[in-house]
Design a protein around this ligand. Structure first.
Ligand SMILES: [Zn+2]
Ligand SMILES: [Zn+2]
Length: 267
């Protein structure tokens, strides 16, 4: 049984692939880019090794946070759908704030820009994320679940929907949510977050809900249109190792400039 516990994340990914690969072929939102082994290799290494680091790091962070204090209240007696709605709204507010900060602080952006480096969005792009970015993000999203005393079932339902929704948001699938799209983020809404177009920078920070972007004035969703360009200027190399290491180097350079320490490598 132990082996299945370790394999479970990879079986989940195979299930996700079995759904999204045909979905993207049957209903593509944009023309699929030419096959690039370098891109797929990088994304697959993110899934295999990055995913392991993220699960391990997030587990440690959650255990640490839970050790600081017992839940301050208990809402476990409420109906499951009410608990789910509370987790969704509060966790997405936490996500919005953390995401906004990652875009605003240069040292943190160096880590988050790895997620933005995909020049062609598809379901795999959801996994292209630096572990330092994702672990902090996941821990912050988990704060309501840790401290407000939800029932385990409500947390599991939220976690499952969060995972599938976040992959759908990145996928190259032509799907709209109708009226639900006024509240819930759609793939087109999140694709605009990944646009490398000046008018779309720092927009659409919400993970699952559009309400926080509408409230804070950062929503962008031009009707019926999608970005022309994705990614970032000066992208990192198409290499998993570079994705893991370059944010640390860039952050160190930011810190050195901030403290006016001369860059001897330039001499
Ligand atoms: Zn972002
Ligand atoms: Zn994204």
């Amino acid at each position: 049984m132990e082996i299945w516990r370790h394999l479970d994340p990879y079986l989940t990914i195979l299930t996700i692939a079995a759904v999204f690969v045909p979905f993207e072929i049957l209903r593509p939102a944009r023309r699929r880019p030419d096959f690039s082994w370098a891109r797929y290799r990088t994304d697959l290494l993110h899934i295999l090794f990055g995913g392991f680091l993220i699960r391990f790091g997030t587990g440690l962070a959650v255990v640490f946070l839970a050790s600081l204090s017992a839940p301050v209240t208990s809402v476990a007696a409420m109906p499951i759908w009410v608990q789910f709605a509370i987790i969704l709204v509060l966790s997405d507010l936490c996500f919005w704030i953390a995401h906004r900060i990652y875009h605003a602080v240069p040292v943190l952006w160096e880590f988050h820009r790895i997620h933005h480096s995909s020049e062609h969005l598809d379901w795999l792009a959801a996994y292209r994320v630096h572990p330092a970015d994702q672990i902090v993000n996941s821990a912050i999203i988990a704060l309501p679940a840790i401290y407000l005393g939800f029932s385990p079932l409500a947390i599991v339902i939220y976690g499952l929907i969060y995972r599938w929704h976040s992959i759908l948001l990145h996928s190259n699938v032509d799907i709209d949510f109708g009226m639900l799209g006024r509240i819930v983020t759609t793939p087109r809404f999140h694709h605009w977050h990944h646009a490398n177009e000046a008018h779309a920078y720092d927009r659409n920070f919400g993970g699952q809900l559009v309400i926080w972007d509408k409230l804070f004035g950062t929503a962008l969703d031009p009707k019926g249109t999608r970005p022309e360009r994705y990614g970032v200027d000066n992208p990192p190399e198409e290499s998993f190792v570079d994705h893991m290491t370059s944010p640390f180097k860039a952050s160190f350079q930011h810190a050195r400039r901030h403290r006016n320490i001369p860059d001897r490598s330039a001499l």
